[in-house]
Write a protein that binds this ligand. Sequence first.
Ligand code: HDD
Length: 721
Amino acid sequence: MSKKKKQDDDVKSADLARFGQDSTGQYLTTDQGLRINDDQNSLKAGVRGSTLLEDFIQLEKITHFDHERIPERVVHARGAGAHGYFQVYESQARLTKAGFLQDPSLKTPVFARFSTVAGSRGSSDLARDVRGFAVKFYTKEGNYDLVGNNMPVFFIQDAVKFPDLIHAVKPEPHHEIPQAATAHDTFWDFISLMPESTHMVLWIMSDRAIPRSLRMMEGFGVHTFRFINAEGKSRFVKFHWKPLLGVHSVVWSEALEISGKDPDFQRRDLWESIENGDFPEWEFGIQIVEEEDENKFDFDLLDPTKLIPEELVPVQRIGKMVLNRNPQNYFAETEQVAFHPGHLVPGIDFTNDPLLQGRLFSYTDTQLTRLGGPNFHEIPINRSVAPVNNNQREGHMRQTINTGRVSYSPNTLGGGCPMQAAADISGFVSYPEKIDAQKVRGKSEKFFDHFSQASLFFNSQADWEQEHIVKAFQFELGKVEAPSVCERMVGMLAQVDKTLAGRVAAGLGIAVPAKLQLPLNRSVPADANPEDYQPKPARKSVGTSPALSMSSKPSEGIRTRKIAILAADGVDETALAAMKKALTAAGANCRVVAPRGGMLRGAGGTEIKVDHSLATTGSVLFDAVYIPGGTRSVATLGREADALHFISQAYKHCKTIAASGEGRGLVSPFTGNQGRNGDGEQFPGIILGPDRSIEKIAEDFIGAISRHRHWKREMKSEASG
Ligand code: HDD
């Protein structure tokens, strides 16, 4: 059904509903199934009289409404979800016995939820933050949840610190300010005392924390897990999601503006692309480390603040996830979905990563509060497709009607059922890892190398990425009121890279402290040298890992990119139509943006539908802009401050701009009238061209948009002042 037809039908059914009947002939009822005769007037003592307490219809309706809200997630409250499927490319039996990784013809249903971490449910999508990347696989062996993030490392090495981290990042408790932001004193106070956060903080200050789209970000399982095959052989594994649209971000000033123009920017983008049939896709990647190689790295595989560089252990792409169906009801599905890193299937198991181990308690515990009791697995979105048989009974909101008298094990009265399953018929057996240890509160010596991988990350960034990191630190620490916090933080950055620290300090107007200011770590094993258990300086030559830079992630074409066509009455409709045709053929979504809504009349008299008026949109909501010719159209746009702002924002955010005919005049402030054809070294990402046909301009435009942004433009304007 077309969107338009569906909308018309919705309107018709709304009309009918007013008379108590919808288009399918169903009557309005109470929750008990009683047909309601009048749902629009409360029961009164006379038309001007008081409402009667006996109005049970109103009481039921309002009581239900009063209880509509449930506690939001304590973290990851704001999110968007979608259904889809996962398919493995070829059997992974050599590595794991997990059923959903065996058969390339099997499509395992999935539900994915993406989220920001710090903000409340009503905050903005484009907050600087990690994005949650959680996937529930409904496998025939039970639900498997991969509850990851869009960054491969984490802030802390031990789950016991998680409440402190979250208290520090959430709005400050005395005035509940700021919402969904790390730019405040308590966050940086905590971080400046937590050297293990340094690596993650560099990721957070990078543009990875402001993705262009949820469809254009990577996902990571973060921890090291185990794969176990049918012979019982265990190997270490790290999980990755690689988006097929490439990895792209917006820039900070753009994010700030998007948060005002469209706080639902990323949620809308995910929803619309699925509605349009542009299904988001990620390849599933694994990095495998043999058990015997566990100690060959200069970091500990159990340390979640470290990644395994892809150059050391390549990522093998073993399957694909496609999200092809939006939820029917946000609350029932996206809000009530309950993930848990402990939802495992045979063939996958944990390691002793202390962050992972603590998570295993937290997720069940939080659902008890959030979803009201221990029966949250019965909510449709959480139900396993594998049959559920056990002796767990009753509790709030129990849905299953268990029959019979037996709810214990062992039993004979129930024929011994439900029975325990042997390992060879998918009975889960924990990996029999050998343990011979003393009880201790502490961590291994390698955990104390907090700065080497932070340096590796910074070194691996392109110049524009480094610049954005510096600016992000300047912004965030610039908001901090306690000078001592900024000094400690800059001191920490000096351990990562002296120039980084110097540039951040210069922006803050402070000096880089001579040495690291941290309290002594006192958790040292009895027989160890305390020196080995203090933060170590970064290793001398950490090198680079090109895979860590977004500039190394290829993007294919311009599929699903949003392109604005700026026009007014009198526009050159032939050029507009030709450009739209070429862009649409390349998979982009074009929108005509004009000074007002309704219809435009082209120079030749053709009527053109306006998709957005300038008042309701902005350049920040698009990937590129095209300005066709037409004397009257261009003159009108030239008088519109919003139109000029649109073009200058596109320029500032390094987006591709194309113009033909008189439209070139609106771009001349940026090319100084010099660039005849634009593009190239001098005017990167600006496609003009009296010497080119509209088809050629379109071709060059598409090529330039597929490069996402033209960062040289930004670096150039930096250099010139
Ligand atoms: Fe967590 C939710 C990811 C550490 C405690 N976490 C949550 C979600 C994601 C992650 C994606 C949202 C799931 C959804 O969409 O419903 N969390 C991570 C990652 C971590 C991590 C990748 C580190 C590698 N988390 C972590 C720790 C703890 C928690 C150390 C507690 C000790 N996380 C929770 C929670 C949440 C949660 C409080 C809130 C809502 C929920 O679980 O269902 O239990």
